[in-house]
Structure formats: structure tokens, C-alpha cells
Design a protein around this ligand. Structure first.
Ligand SMILES: *Cc1c(COP(=O)(O)O)cnc(C)c1O
Length: 410
């Protein structure tokens, strides 16, 4: 989104016109930004055989997935439903990695039947997998290298208490199970969480995976997960992708030489690919001044964007109706009957009732974590491609709230 002559535009389209046409609250994604991020990552790792598997839990709209498929991406999924959406969007099953956690063995069998690449993250499931399939179905093993990424325990999944992955210290047991059941392990995987800034975190994890690889002679790929940090506020440091790319590619090539085969290097970015592409546009219903605070109350809230309340995440907010007004301080709050703060103590151009506000970085974990809490409708979604707006999800209606409810005879 850029401000030109006092008008905010996305790929040449006036955002106020978009809000008029599609209504608010509205999720808008800019295709160009998704492409830029995808290419940035692909470019950084061009010296190795890199495969990018978009982690679609960040934003699961099938048109977004189709767009990423067209860019050359594969898919990382965490549920059988995500995988089915991916197939609907045009992905071939073998382009989809299925990385579940704590799902039933029946669901894993469904994933095998669909032809997905299977990533297993606990030993009990690995054993069942071996007993059921022997070496007829290849699998990847998710290891937990016990590396802390970022500072937030809720988004760092590699620490010692994490429920994800098989501890790197359990490799001997993994090896026993694999040998006993004759399991064909073709990939090793780690995903340590979000907000990784430098190559060192990846490299420390990578070293552990390289060492583990000695136990598995049939590897075709290594998956280093995700976690590249993106900027949420002005001045935020972001991951130096080009630098990370150089260092990791170098170490990976050295590993491949030692291992004796050129493996593929996989990444599964979600946030990095779609976060910055997305905006949530909301309308200011009321300005409410209390003794201590000026609230801008908007027609959305934690039901549509839960990250501020759930993770204490910062999302930049600007007044797109009046970009150049006098700066004042607001708490931007939603209409949900909870504290429901979207932005606390924000300096913004003076907000009047009816003004449209843009919440930034709403592409990742925005719509996909939204709910119907307070019996509100989920917003519409629009994708902008080549200066043209495409409606990719209709706004919900009352029927959506009642569809599966049953009013019984009492
Ligand atoms: C969530 C998730 C990702 C994506 O994480 P981002 O921080 O959005 O990049 C990648 N891999 C796995 C297994 C995940 O669960």
C-alpha cells in the first residue's frame, strides 16, 4: 500500500474505492507482495536445489494457494483438510508435505491414501507407520533440535518442553524403530518457530540434522522449516534473507558432498510469504473519549484478527480516509464484548467517525485464525492481481451462522 497525492493505493487501486465496493471489514491481499517475498527466498537459495513449501495455515484461501502454485511453490499442511484444500487449489499430492501433530493414525492413513509426503513427529506414530507400511511408503522425520527461536514460548516450538518433533537425543531409538520396521526415511525436518533473525539459529539446527543424517542413507531432502522474521513495525529488524541464503547454501552444499548425494533443501515459510501482502480494512464506528483514553471503536475485532490479543502482536494501523490530519493518540478497539484491543496508544492522523483504518501485516494468521465469536460474520477477502481486484471469499451471512445448528423440539 502506498500513499500518493493523499490517496492510499494498492497496485494502483484506491483503497477507499475497494472498501466501498466490497464493504468493511475487508481483508485485501496484494499479489505483487506475495510474489516479491516468494522470489526473494527462491533467489537467496538459488545455488542449491531449493523447494519452497508454502505453510498454508497462515492463509488458507484456495485462490492464494493457487497463486503460489503458479509461482512454483509447494505446500506445507498441518491437517488433512488443508491438504484437500491444496489439491482443490491445483497442487499435486506429491507437492504437498503433511506435517501433523497429535492427529489420529487414521488421519495419517488418509494422507498416505491421498499420496501426500508424510512427516512424522513422534515415535509411537512412527512405529505404527512402520508396522502398517514397512518400506512401501517413504516418510520424513520431524526432529526437535532444542533450539530456541525468538523470545516468545508460544511461537518458538523447538524448546525442550515443546510438543513438536522427536528429540534429537532420541535418534538411537528412532534408528532402532526404522531398522526393525524397515522404514524408508527420505527426509529430515526441523521447524523451530517464528522470528528467526540470523543464519546462526538455522545453522545450529542444520548441523544437528547433518549429524543425524548419517543414520539415514536414503535421504532425498532436508527441510529446515520456517521462521524468517518479517517487519511488523517501522524500524523492525528483519531477517537478512540474502545473507542467510549464502551461509546456509554453503553449509548445505558441503553436507551434500559428505553425504554423497545432492539433496533438495526445503523451507516452509508462512508468515514470510503472506504477512506483508495483507491488510484488514475496518471502519470507525465511534470515537469515545473516557477520562484517560480516546478510543477509536471499529467494525471488527479479535474475531477477525486475534494476534494482538492472543500474542500481544503489534500491527501497524493508519487512517486511510484522512492520511494527513493532525496526529492524535488512540487506542483502536473492536466491537467484541471483550477488551478487544487492536492497537494500544497509537499516534494516528485524527480519526473521525466513518474513517477507514488499515491494519497492516494482516496476511498471515489473520483470516485463518478468525472466528464467529459474538455471532459476527467473517469478512470478505479480495486478492489484487495486476491492478485488478478479485473477490476470493464472500462475506458471511446469517445463513452461515445457522447452517449447522439444530433447533430441537422442546
Ligand atoms: C506454522 C508452521 C510453519 C510456518 O511458520 P511461519 O512462522 O508462518 O513461517 C512452517 N512449518 C510448520 C511445520 C508449521 O507448523
Amino acid at each position: 500500500m502506498e500513499l500518493k497525492n493523499n490517496v492510499y493505493k494498492i497496485d494502483g487501486l484506491n483503497v477507499l474505492d475497494l472498501c466501498n465496493e466490497f464493504g468493511t471489514p475487508l481483508y485485501v491481499y496484494e499479489g505483487k507482495t506475495i510474489e516479491r517475498q516468494y522470489n526473494k527466498l527462491a533467489e537467496a537459495f538459488k545455488d542449491v536445489n531449493v523447494k519452497i513449501k508454502y505453510a498454508c495455515k497462515a492463509l488458507t484461501n484456495i485462490s492464494i494457494m493457487k497463486y503460489l502454485h503458479n509461482l512454483g511453490s509447494g505446500l506445507d499442511t498441518v491437517s488433512i483438510q488443508e491438504a484437500r484444500l491444496g489439491i482443490l487449489a491445483g497442487f499435486k499430492p506429491d507437492e504437498i508435505l503433511y506435517t501433523p501433530n497429535c492427529v489420529s493414525f487414521e488421519e495419517i492413513q488418509m494422507a498416505v491414501d491421498l499420496g501426500l509426503s508424510i512427516n512424522l513427529d513422534n515415535i509411537s506414530i512412527l512405529e505404527q507407520f512402520g508396522h502398517t507400511y514397512g518400506n512401501t511408503v517413504p516418510c520424513c522425520i520431524r526432529l526437535n533440535p532444542h533450539i530456541m527461536a525468538g523470545g516468545n514460548q508460544n511461537i518458538s516450538v523447538g524448546h525442550i518442553d515443546s510438543k513438536f518433533g522427536i528429540s534429537i537425543y532420541q535418534i538411537p531409538l528412532v534408528k532402532r524403530v526404522v531398522d526393525a520396521c524397515n522404514i524408508n526415511v527420505t527426509g529430515l525436518h526441523m521447524h523451530t518457530g517464528s522470528d528467526i533473525l540470523d543464519a546462526d539459529v538455522f545453522l545450529r539446527g542444520a548441523e544437528l540434522l547433518y549429524n543425524a543424517a548419517a543414520n539415514f542413507p536414503n535421504l532425498r531432502f532436508m527441510d529446515f522449516g520456517s521462521g524468517f522474521k518479517v517487519a511488523y513495525r517501522e524500524g523492525d529488524v528483519t531477517a537478512d534473507i540474502a545473507g542467510i541464503g549464502k551461509k546456509i547454501s554453503k553449509s548445505f552444499k558441503a553436507f551434500c558432498r559428505d553425504y554423497g548425494r545432492n539433496l533438495e533443501l526445503w523451507f516452509e515459510p508462512g508468515k514470510f510469504i503472506v504477512s506483508e501482502s495483507g491488510y484488514l480494512f475496518v471502519k470507525t464506528n465511534v470515537i469515545k473519549q473516557t477520562t484517560s483514553t480516546v478510543f477509536a471503536g471499529v467494525d471488527s475485532g479479535q474475531n477477525h484478527l486475534i494476534r494482538p490479543m492472543f500474542y500481544d502482536a503489534y500491527h501497524h494501523i493508519v487512517n486511510v480516509s484522512h492520511p494527513k490530519g493532525t496526529k492524535r493518540i488512540y487506542s483502536v478497539v473492536g466491537y467484541i464484548c471483550e477488551t478487544d484491543t487492536l492497537g494500544y496508544d497509537r499516534q494516528m492522523s485524527e480519526v473521525k467517525e466513518g474513517d477507514i483504518l488499515a491494519i497492516h501485516n494482516a496476511g498471515a494468521y489473520g483470516f485463518s485464525m478468525s472466528s464467529n465469536y459474538n455471532s459476527r460474520y467473517r469478512p470478505a477477502e479480495v486478492l489484487i492481481l495486476n491492478g485488478k481486484a478479485h473477490l476470493i471469499r464472500k462475506r458471511e451471512s446469517f445463513e452461515d451462522l445457522t447452517r449447522n445448528q439444530i433447533l430441537i423440539e422442546i
